[in-house]
Design a binder for this molecule. Sequence first.
Ligand SMILES: Cc1ncc(C[n+]2csc(CCOP(=O)(O)OP(=O)(O)O)c2C)c(N)n1
Length: 633
Amino acid sequence: MNNNLSKKYMLCDPKTYPHLCKIDSPQDLRLLARDQLQAANDELREFLINSIAHCGGHFAAGLGTVELTIALHYLFDTPSDKIIWDVGHQAYPHKVLTGRKEILHSIRQTNGLHPFPSRSESEYDAFGVGHSSTSISAALGMAVAAKAKGDDRRFVAVIGDGAMTAGLAFEALNHAAALDVNLTVILNDNDMSISENVGGFRNYLAKILSGKFYSGFKESGKKALQNMPKITRWAHRVEEHLKGMVMPGTLFEELGFNYIGPIDGHDLDVLLTMIGNIKRLTGPQILHVVTRKGKGFSPAEKDPIAYHAVPIFDPKETRLPASKKKVTYSNVFGKWLCDMAEKEEKLMAITPAMREGSDLIAFSKKYENRYFDVGIAEQHAVTIAAGMACEGLKPVCAIYSTFLQRGYDQLIHDVVLQDLDVLFAIDRSGLVGGDGATHHGAFDISFLRCIPNLIIMAPSDEQECRKMLTTGFEFKGCAAVRYPRGSGTGIEAGDSLETLEIGKGIVKRKRKDDSQGIALLAFGSLLKNALIVAEAIDATVVDMRFVKPLDKELILELSQNHSRFITLEENVIAGGAGSAVSEFLAEENIQIPIKHLGIPDKFIEHGDPDELITLCGLDVDGIINQISNFVEN
Ligand SMILES: Cc1ncc(C[n+]2csc(CCOP(=O)(O)OP(=O)(O)O)c2C)c(N)n1
C-alpha cells in the first residue's frame, strides 16, 4: 500500500469531514446544534471506514455503534459521567470523538493506540477492557462509589448481546437490582457475537424483536415520543407509557430493571430523545437498542463475521483481500479435530464463542451434533465438558489461553480434581500481537503447572502439535496442549494420529565440544530460535515437549555433562516451565547455574508479534545477549 495514499485517507481533512474535523473532544461535539449531529454522525462513519480500511483492526462492531456513541457523548457529561464499553472492540468511534482521530491509524501497532479502551490512554476510557462482559459490574461499582461520595454522576454500560451471554453480566444485573443506584445498561443487540449469537437469551431477544411488535414500535415510536408529556410529569408517566408499548414483564423487569425498548439504534433522533429521557430517571435502567454490525458498509453488513476484524483492505472493493497466510496452529487443530472425530465417536468439541478463531468451522458443519458453541461463557465451557466426561464422552475444549483464565476454578474443581477425561486445546498461547496485554497468552503454563495430575504439552512445530493433540486425547485424565497464535515453522502437520511417550523430551542437537557447556531446554515455540542460537554458541538443544510431567531423567542426564542450563518459553518467567526445572534441580540438590528466558514480569503491550518477541529478548540476538550476560556474570 502506498503510504502517502493511505495517510490521506486516515487524516481528518476539513473538506471531507467539515464537522468531524472540529471535534477534538466531546465538549466540541456538544457545541454542535442538534440538527448538525446527523452530518457529524455520517462523517464519523465515513472516517471510520476509510481509516480502518487503511490500517486494519476491529471494524464491523464499531460501525454499528456510531449513532450510539454520538448520542451518549452528546447527552452525557463525559468524562465526569462514565461510559463503559464492554469488550471495547466497538469503541473506535468513541476513540475518534475523544481526541484520538488523528492517531486512530496507529491502533494495535507498537506504541500506537490501544486496541480497546484503556484507562492509561484517555480519561474518557472509564474502564480497561478486552475480555467481555465486565461492563455492568464495573459500572455498578462506579455508581456505588459515586453514591457513597454523594456525587450525582451517571454511569452507562454498553454491552452487546454476545457479551450478555456470560454469567458475569447476569451476576451484575442480579446485584444491581438490590442496589439503589443510577445505572444505565445499554444492550446493543445486533444478533451477532463474532459469529451468530447462540442460546436461549438470544432467542428471547429475538422474540422481543419479532414480527409486529418491533416493526409496530418502529412506526409508532417516534410519534409516541413526540407526544410525551413535559419532563416534570414525565418520569412516572413515561414509565407506564413505555411499558404499554413493550412486552409487559420482561426478563429485565423481573430482575428489577426498568426496561425500555427496543429502539432503532441507527435512528439518531430516537436515540437522542430516549437516552435524554432516561438520563432523568433514577435507579437501574436498561435500554434495548437494535443495531446492525457493519452498518453503512454493505460488504460488512452482508458478512459481519469476515468484517469483525479486518486486515488492510480497499474500501472500494466488495471483498477483503485473500489471505496469503501460511497454515496456522489453529488450522492444524481444526484438521486434527475432524480426523480424530472420524475415528472416535465419543469426541465432542466445545468453544466459547470462538468458532472462527479456533478454526472449528469445518467441524461444526461436518459434526453438527457434536459441536457446542456455548456463547461467551468460558466457565460453562469447562464445566459442561466435565459433565460430558462424567457420562463417558471425550470432550475437547478449544479455548484461547487468555480466556481460559475465566475458567480456572472450573478447570481445577470440576475437571482435574475429579480426574475427568477432558482435552484442552489452548490456542493463542504466548504473545498475540495487536490485541495486546488483555489477550496475550502469557500465563497459562504458570497457572496450569501447579495443578496436580494435569498433563501440559507445548509443541515446537505443527507436526508436534498434532502428535500432542492425539496424545492428550488418548490420555485418560485431563491434558492440555498450548500452542501459539499464527503459523509455525511451515512444516506439514500430516495425517497421522501418532502419540508421544508422556513426559519424554527429545535432544535436538548435541554440543560438538565434549567439554561441559550450555544446554538449552526449550518448551514450545522458541525451539526454532534455540536451534539457531545453538549453532552460534555450540550448545545442546532439547525440545522438552512436556511442561508436566517434566522429563526428569533427561534433566538429570543433562546436568551430568553440562555446566549451565538455559530454559526458554513463551510464558511469563514467574512460575513458568523454567521454574519447574529449577524446582526439580533444587529437590535433587543439583547445583547448576540456570537462567530462565521468557516473558518478563510486566504486562506486554500490543504490537507487531516479532517486535514483541524482540522486546522480551526472545529473538535470536536477544537470546544470545541474555546468555552472554549470564555467562559473564
Ligand atoms: C471473555 C471473552 N471471551 C471471548 C472474547 C472474544 N470476543 C471478542 S468480541 C466477541 C463477540 C462480542 O459480541 P457482542 O458483545 O454481541 O458484540 P458485537 O461484536 O456483536 O458488537 C467475542 C466472543 C472476549 N473478548 N472475551
